[in-house]
Design a protein around this ligand. Structure first.
Ligand SMILES: Cc1cc2nc3c(=O)[nH]c(=O)nc-3n(C[C@H](O)[C@H](O)[C@H](O)COP(=O)(O)OP(=O)(O)OC[C@H]3O[C@@H](n4cnc5c(N)ncnc54)[C@H](O)[C@@H]3O)c2cc1C
Length: 670
């Protein structure tokens, strides 16, 4: 029998969530006051969950490793957030958002979860507007929308190129309001190093105070991991430098299954790698594909300047291959398109590993519209471009500035050079419909879970999912579990050694704390010759070369052996500087890299076992004649949920995916 129960409610797809909400067990207000919830992570998922749960009356503690919740990686999100409001009257609906998301994920996500996400999407926008989030508006005051990949409607709400920042400020304000009211205790500069379970049930966490080095025990009736994605396993990615997998990985080793670890999103529009000493890549938002056209020269090794290549000698390969969606095909498709052209010798720039993202055509189009609006007849080309640039600047100014600062080139004058880079991880902790992992009382929200995006996430859907999980899903689903805790507490109230009486004095906390101390001591006593950073970099190279945009059996088999060897070397030859009782970024990083190494092995194992291509997981052995991902629905229409057994040893559990409301088909954007 499968160990996985997704707990999707019975009934018609559009009634599941409504019925669930109306019939689930509730926790009464006075009981809520005695229930403690630990929220690890203060990005959009964590901050929205913590603020909402505190508002509802639970006692909440929030942890983040940054100095302020405002610095969570969510702040980096640029382009926007989806919602099926149909403000553009262009045919959008809850069903269409549901459909686009399932199709975009290459039919590897759960119908029940995704429909719920589409249903609550509109409420998220209302909530954020009520908080004062300055989403972009049309001249007349109505909220504005733009297009993102994989859709033919305009459903993306945005705040210039800073949508994540503005949404996070909204959630942070709600969080701080609860901190001010005494309902939330905020533990910043704290890193969760392990969960604590007693008889298989989550009872708290071990965290390290990153300023003093002190190890702390925290009790909770439930723990929510809102700890983000693990794209930094590739070393170079668009993620914030601090993003890591430690919280999820430690939970995994304590029994939480890891879902689809190999599903990684490679974003097509990033500033290309420029040298060996780089530690970060920069995203150029997908929103730019609304007005930027992607092309390469038709001639191989064409060394002319972009502006010297005439129109008829340019290959707008996405428009050519996918006329229905053009430059707005989903990310996996656009990324593979760029790789294919560069590998075939049509790349541009010094490295030849880049393609152009060109705004000239639409700058001119905007310029002509402006000229008409301003009653300027027969404007010159210069006048048109000047007026067009003003429009482009208003839409994407901060992104253009960022590009110019990093590359030294002016994208108003010459096309941007872009190349795909690691950006997001669809895989994560396996959760059921309630967002509970396979460890009782342990939940995962936002990018940390595997839930809604299948094998490829559509642009602007991560913010939607994080906020859906935090503001709208967990407030209902957590009560289902906590109501059983109320019953337990009442039954155990006269027991001298009850969980409630012992809390962090329970021996399980001491044991977990000692285990973490041992790991830290080990790091500091190896005294090897190689830096933590060097191991991270080597891991990243293995992952990118053999488990990146294209994967094959031979490469993955080699990668597994290489990572196992790297792990041995790490534990015998790493040199970690400083001590355990001070602010020590090198020590923090050592723990994160150790966990990334183990995760990397599992990712390769997952990619190796999945003998099909789907979404971001492209196995070279499985492609159609024209190079598209070739799924195998007979053998692989399941979520791979890996159970940790021991070092390098996992058991595969499968959650079968059933499609009852969408006809499963070969994905086409032509
Ligand atoms: C450059 C960039 C641009 C993007 N733009 C968009 C966009 O326009 N639209 C969109 O939908 N998506 C976008 N995304 C994706 C989106 O930003 C993320 O998926 C999303 O913000 C993740 O939110 P989160 O709350 O799950 O996690 P995060 O925001 O990553 O927050 C993680 C939190 O967990 C804490 N944490 C982690 N580990 C620990 C630990 N061990 N102990 C204590 N605390 C811990 C951190 O301190 C942090 O508070 C973008 C991503 C990138 C990289």
């Amino acid at each position: 029998m499968s160990k996985l129960d997704s707990k999707i409610p019975e009934g018609a797809i559009d009634q599941k969530w409504t019925k669930y909400r109306s019939t689930v067990a509730l926790v009464n207000p006075s009981n809520k006051r005695s229930l403690e919830v630990l929220v690890v992570g203060s990005g959009l998922a964590g901050a929205s969950a913590a603020a909402t749960l505190a508002e509802m009356g639970y006692k909440v503690k929030v942890f983040c490793f940054q100095d302020s919740p405002r610095r969570a990686h969510s702040i980096a999100a640029q382009g926007g957030i989806n919602a099926a409001k149909n403000y553009q009257n262009d045919g959008d609906s809850t069903y269409r958002l549901f459909y686009d998301t399932i199709k975009g994920g290459d039919y590897r996500a759960r119908e029940g979860n995704v429909h719920r996400l589409a249903e609550v999407s509109s409420s998220i926008i209302d909530q954020c507007v009520a908080q004062g989030v300055p989403l972009a508006r049309e001249y007349g005051g109505l909220l504005s929308n733009r297009s993102f990949g994989g859709t033919q409607v305009q459903r993306t709400f945005y705040a210039a190129g800073q949508t994540g920042q503005q949404l996070l400020l909204g959630a942070y304000s709600a969080l701080q309001r609860q901190v001010g009211s005494g309902n939330i205790e905020l533990c910043h500069r704290h890193e969760m190093l392990d969960i604590v379970t007693i008889d298989g049930v989550t009872r708290g966490i071990i965290a390290r105070n990153l300023i003093t080095g002190e190890m702390e025990k925290h009790f909770g009736h439930a723990v929510l991991l809102c700890t983000g994605g693990y794209g930094n396993v590739f070393y170079l990615s668009t993620n914030a430098m601090g993003s890591n997998v430690t919280a999820a990985w430690k939970a995994h080793k304590k029994g939480a299954f890891f879902g689809n670890p190999c599903y990684t999103q490679i974003h097509p529009t990033c500033i290309p790698v420029s040298g060996d000493h780089q530690s970060k890549l920069t995203l150029m938002s997908e929103s730019l594909r609304n007005d930027g056209r992607i092309w390469v020269p038709k001639k191989k090794d064409d060394n002319r300047k972009a502006t010297d290549i005439p129109e008829e000698e340019r290959d707008y390969y996405l428009e050519r291959r996918y006329p229905a969606f053009g430059n707005l095909v989903p990310r996996d498709v656009a990324s593979r398109g760029a790789k294919e052209r560069c590998d075939a010798g049509y790349g541009v720039g010094n490295s030849k590993m880049a393609v152009y993202l060109d705004f000239a055509f639409n700058t001119a189009r905007y310029g002509r519209t402006e000229a008409t609006k301003r009653n300027i007849h027969n404007p010159s080309h210069e006048e048109i471009m000047k007026m067009g640039k003003e429009v482009v600047k208003e839409k994407y100014g901060n992104l253009f500035d960022m590009y110019q600062q990093i590359t030294g080139e002016n994208p108003y004058e010459v096309p941007m050079r872009i190349y795909p880079a690691v950006h997001y991880t669809m895989g994560g902790l396996w959760v059921d419909y309630n967002l509970m992992t396979t460890v009782k009382g342990l939940y995962a929200l936002g990018e940390a879970n595997f839930s809604d995006h299948g094998a490829n996430r559509l642009g602007a859907s991560a913010l939607m999912q994080g906020l859906a999980d935090g503001y709208y899903v967990i407030p209902y689903t957590l009560g289902v579990y906590l109501s059983t805790e109320v019953t337990r507490m009442s039954a155990e109230k006269d027991k001298a050694d009850s969980i409630e009486k012992l809390k962090t004095n329970h021996p399980a906390f001491e044991k977990a704390l000692n285990e973490q101390n041992d790991i830290i001591n080990k790091f500091l006593t190896i005294n090897g010759t190689k830096s933590v950073e060097s191991f991270h970099k080597r891991l990243g190279l293995i992952m990118w070369n053999k488990c990146g945009m294209a994967r094959n059996k031979q490469g993955l088999t080699e990668a597994i052996a290489e990572i196992q060897a790297l792990r041995k070397e790490f534990w015998s030859d790493v040199r970690v500087l400083g001590t355990a009782t001070e602010f020590n970024p090198d020590l923090e990083k050592a723990g994160r890299v150790a966990d990334f190494i183990e995760l990397g092995e599992l990712m390769c194992k997952d990619a190796l076992h999945r003998e099909e291509s789907c979404g971001g997981h492209f196995r070279e052995e499985h492609q159609t004649e024209d190079g598209e991902a070739q799924r195998d629905d007979v053998n692989f229409a399941y979520v791979a949920a890996w159970e940790y057994k021991s070092e390098s040893n996992w058991e595969l559990n499968k959650e079968e995916l059933k499609y009852e409301n969408i006809k499963i088909a070969q994905r086409s954007y032509k």
